[in-house]
Ligand binder design. Structure first.
Ligand code: AMP
Length: 214
């Protein structure tokens, strides 16, 4: 299957082809190290090159802005999903291909999950973590079956990943659920790994389709 042939966004990517759309969660700040913005720039350029649509929070600030600008500069497609509340606060990116306005932060997360075939968390703050963990939890619950990845830029997520190991050792997180999270340090490798994602949660191997979130 070539990129763009997929009929719906509700697929579990198992054949090694790249997803047609990726939702990226990332900081509304650029962070303290230049590597963070560089990684957002590289990921954005790659999405454009592979014709992978970016779905994101619709903001013009921080890594969100860097990422969206990089996709647009590369000639790619960008869909923002933003609550009316943030849009009127004039933080919305005005140059993107499509902006979807929703009523609440909850509706936004749900819409982003529906629109994308895979998810990536770049470095970010609590907003990014909230989005990452909710999306990963929905995978764990079988609400969707799409790959969830973390781009661990400059070791930013090292301690979080250690803590997740601890959660698993202490039996609050099943090993197969932990193994579902795709972690890479380089953007192209992460996209490739998302394309080879297999749902390792027991009994859910390669199950396609997604029920709508509650
Ligand atoms: P944070 O990681 O706390 O900076 O929050 C970033 C995440 O929350 C992004 O992935 C967005 O989806 C959302 N978000 C936070 N602030 C904004 C904003 N000003 N405009 C759009 N989305 C935002």
């Amino acid at each position: 299957m070539s990129i763009g042939d997929r009929e719906t966004a509700n697929v579990n990517v198992v054949d090694g082809s790249l997803p047609a759309s990726v939702c990226v969660y990332c900081g509304s700040s650029t962070g303290s190290l230049p590597q963070y913005a560089e990684a957002a720039q590289v990921l954005g350029a790659l999405l454009a090159r592979h014709r992978i649509r970016l779905v994101f929070g619709g903001g013009s600030v921080g890594l969100m802005g860097v990422l969206a600008d990089a996709v647009l500069e590369g000639g790619g497609q960008v869909t923002g999903v933003i609550p009316h509340q943030l849009r009127t606060a004039e933080l919305a990116h005005e140059g993107i291909s499509e902006m979807i306005a929703v009523d609440s932060m909850h509706a936004r997360k749900q819409r982003m999950v529906e629109l994308a075939e895979a998810f990536i968390a770049l470095p970010g703050g609590i907003g990014t973590l909230d989005e990452l963990f909710e999306t990963w939890t929905w995978l764990q619950l079988g609400i969707h079956h799409k790959p969830v990845g973390v781009l661990n830029v400059a070791g930013y997520y090292d301690q979080l990943l250690l803590f997740l190991e601890r959660m698993s050792v202490h039996k609050f997180l099943a090993r197969d659920h932990l193994d579902c999270l795709v972690v890479e340090t380089e953007a192209q490798r992460l996209l490739t790994s998302l394309g080879h994602f297999r749902n390792t949660i027991a009994g859910r191997e390669a199950k396609a389709g997604a029920a709508p979130p509650p």
